[in-house]
Ligand binder design. Structure first.
Ligand code: IPE
Ligand code: IPE
Ligand code: MG
Length: 223
């Protein structure tokens, strides 16, 4: 059995789901929150310590303002409503990415991080305005006075410092690419591309992937 400390997810397919079922991409994003709740419960139940959710990429700024605004409002409402409950469940919130939204949301994200900083049951890393290349550049800029840089120096200066690399990465939505997500950290991650759109992804689908993962022989270069 391979242990899972860290599960990372590219939650893709909300827009297509929304168009198909509600004639609105935005309503697909709203529906996707139900899958987020399911995954959080799953991680708590299975004692997975880190869950990283790709929620908004540095490239997603290219989307129309109407969709961006909806996504940010959705996050704001969700956190405002759920923060107390998450905190009571001893869940820690950490943002991966630069908080460059509107003031109210930036402050709420800061507040959520501070409020939950001592929680140890599950750490949810919300990748927001996250781009892996930007993160690596950020790490290098912090290091640029050093003469010789080690892998560990880079690890310690990424947004993910003190977070173990993910053992498992799932992308829903029937697309097989990483879209600038955890390029450094996923060097040895087991990757699962799932056909289902994010709102259609259920706990039995997650279970299937975890079962498959547990039977993989993870070589890390050995035989
Ligand atoms: C959600 O899926 C990912 C976010 C950027 C919030 P999409 O919005 O990319 O959905 P599709 O891929 O267009 O269906
Ligand atoms: C990746 O999904 C980003 C998030 C899930 C937040 P996208 O839908 O933005 O990725 P591309 O543009 O299809 O690569
Ligand atoms: Mg997409």
């Amino acid at each position: 059995m391979n242990p899972i400390r860290h599960m990372a997810i590219i939650m893709d397919g909300n827009g297509r789901w929304g168009l198909k079922h509600k004639n609105s991409r935005n309503l697909g994003h709203r529906e996707g929150l139900k899958t987020v709740e399911m995954v959080i419960k799953y991680c708590v139940k299975k004692k997975i310590k880190f869950l990283t959710l790709y929620a908004f990429s540095t490239e997603n700024w290219k989307r129309p303002l109407k969709e961006r605004s909806y996504l940010f409002r959705l996050l704001e409402i969700y956190l405002t409503e759920k923060l107390e409950k998450l905190n009571n469940e001893k869940i820690k919130i950490k943002i991966l990415g630069e908080k460059k939204f509107y003031n109210k949301l930036n402050n709420l994200l800061d507040f959520a991080e501070k409020k939950t900083i001592r929680n140890t049951k599950l750490q949810i890393n919300l990748a927001l305005n996250y781009g892996s290349k930007k993160e690596i550049v950020y790490a290098f800029n912090k290091l640029n006075k050093r003469s010789k840089i080690s892998e560990n120096d880079i690890n310690k200066n990424l947004y993910t410092k003190n977070i173990p690399d993910p053992e498992i990465l799932i992308r829903t939505g029937n697309t097989q690419r990483l879209s600038n997500f955890l390029l450094w950290q996923a060097a040895y991650t087991e990757i699962f591309f799932e056909k289902k759109l994010w709102p259609d992804f259920k706990d039995k689908d997650l279970n299937k992937i975890v079962k498959k993962f547990s039977n993989i022989k993870r070589n890390f270069g050995k035989i």
